[in-house]
Design a protein around this ligand. Structure first.
Ligand SMILES: Cc1ncc(COP(=O)(O)O)c(C=O)c1O
Length: 395
């Protein structure tokens, strides 16, 4: 089976599937709603993945499954082919989700007797990872980025200061919500700061398969800072969840060199995480072994969607500042010229019957920002933007 153009233009109805994006977040907006919120896609997955899932479903017996080397072999071969970096098979550890790996670190691996675990993140940030840290009682330091809807750069002095006594840095590459892919120079600079402190770094690279053609190339922090990788201070997270629209199946490859791997395995057992979801492993292996051509086509489609969305936004909301992401399928929008607070955004969403991700989901300072997801058929994306812009400018 191969992908067809229709896979990226066909309307999918996900109502009634217990979808977080539709059945929860868009539930009051009527069947005409357009959801531009949660970071999953309105595209069917790669044909090879669907086939693997259909074959597994056809068996009819859905008992416990296990993780064997073929999972790590598929992950490492994908990372090598697509990103020019990988690790040894024994350095790969299955976790259902990235968020559970963060929980394992802050709840079980890093706690110490003398003080709370100290976690550093850039701000804005994907909040469920931070929620795990907050609920674990960590001290969380947010380092504000500069000019987030444009250059989205790092305040290196502030990051250095925050890292001085940190236990964990949550690093996201590409960055959600800004879409920045960190350059080799930026990651070298980060590595210098890390060499001056003792923090572990969790590099959450869940969006790394989405690079814009001709844009900033993605590189794994572990490939830029080999010494930090070898000393076991980088926890690299790879996942087919976003790339193949299988986040609901829960399969993540957590890569780390050295004894921390065994500590994470022990933490996983303490959290009661054993035996993956029945569909997780076959889907991940099919994705990582057979999905290249489909992802290439998807990346072009997303790039065209981002372009089309940006030019429509420039026309309809000329005073908004809109990110020009290096990667991801997300646009981060400073709508201060149109909204005074999140309440104005909520009113516009209701009037337009469109959902977006509100800025405060990514940090308290962003109540006049929002994020839109462009991974849906182009016509629907543009219709959603047109309706939302109409409601924002009528406010
Ligand atoms: C940067 C980032 N990390 C992690 C996740 C969630 O990953 P998981 O479902 O594997 O916890 C998301 C989902 O949107 C994300 O954007």
């Amino acid at each position: 089976m191969t992908a067809t153009d229709e896979d990226f233009s066909r309307h999918l109805s996900r109502w009634g599937t217990h979808s977080a994006k539709w059945d929860l977040l868009a539930k009051d907006l009527g069947e005409n709603a357009i959801a531009l919120s949660v970071a999953d896609m309105e595209f069917v997955s790669c044909p090879e993945v669907r086939e693997a899932i259909a074959d597994a479903a056809a068996l009819g017996a859905y008992g416990y499954t296990e993780v064997f080397d073929d999972f790590a072999e598929a992950a490492t071969a994908w990372m090598t082919r697509r990103h020019g970096w990988s690790c040894e098979v024994e350095d790969v550890h299955f976790f259902p989700r990235v968020v559970q790996c963060v929980a394992a670190l802050v709840d079980h691996v890093l706690p110490r007797d003398d003080r709370p675990v100290r976690v550093v993140t850039l701000d804005p940030a994907y909040s469920p990872l931070l929620e795990v840290c907050e609920r674990a009682g960590t001290d969380l330091v947010r380092v504000p980025m500069r000019d987030t809807a444009a250059s989205a750069s790092i305040d290196w002095e502030a990051l250095e200061e925050a890292l001085a006594d940190a236990d964990l840095l949550l690093w996201t590459n590409p960055h959600n919500p800004t879409g920045r892919i960190w350059s080799v120079d930026e990651q070298r600079r980060l590595a210098e700061l890390l060499r001056e402190c003792r923090a572990l770094v969790l590099s959450d690279d869940i969006h790394c398969d989405f690079e814009r053609p001709g844009g900033q190339r993605y590189s794994a922090l572990a490939s830029v800072a080999k010494d930090l990788w070898m000393s076991g201070r980088i926890v690299h997270c790879a996942s087919p969840g976003k790339t193949f629209n299988i986040a609901g199946l829960e399969a993540t490859a957590i890569c780390v060199h050295g004894p921390l791997g065994a500590e994470l395995e022990a933490a996983k057992r303490r959290m009661g995480l054993h035996n993956p979801n029945y569909f997780a492993i076959p889907a991940a292996i099919a994705a990582w072994t057979k999905g290249d051509a489909w992802v290439d086509a998807l990346a072009k489609e997303i790039d065209a969607n981002l372009e089309a969305a940006r030019s429509l936004l420039a026309r309809l909301l000329p005073e908004a500042r809109v990110s020009d992401p290096d990667g991801t399928y997300l646009l981060w929008i400073d709508a201060s010229a149109y909204i005074g607070s999140e309440a104005d955004l909520v009113r516009a969403e209701r009037a337009a019957s469109v959902t977006v991700s509100p800025g405060p989901d990514f940090g308290p300072a962003y109540d006049r920002f929002f994020r839109i997801n462009t991974a849906l058929p182009r016509q629907e994306l543009l219709e959603g933007i047109t309706r939302l812009a109409g409601a924002l400018t009528r406010n």
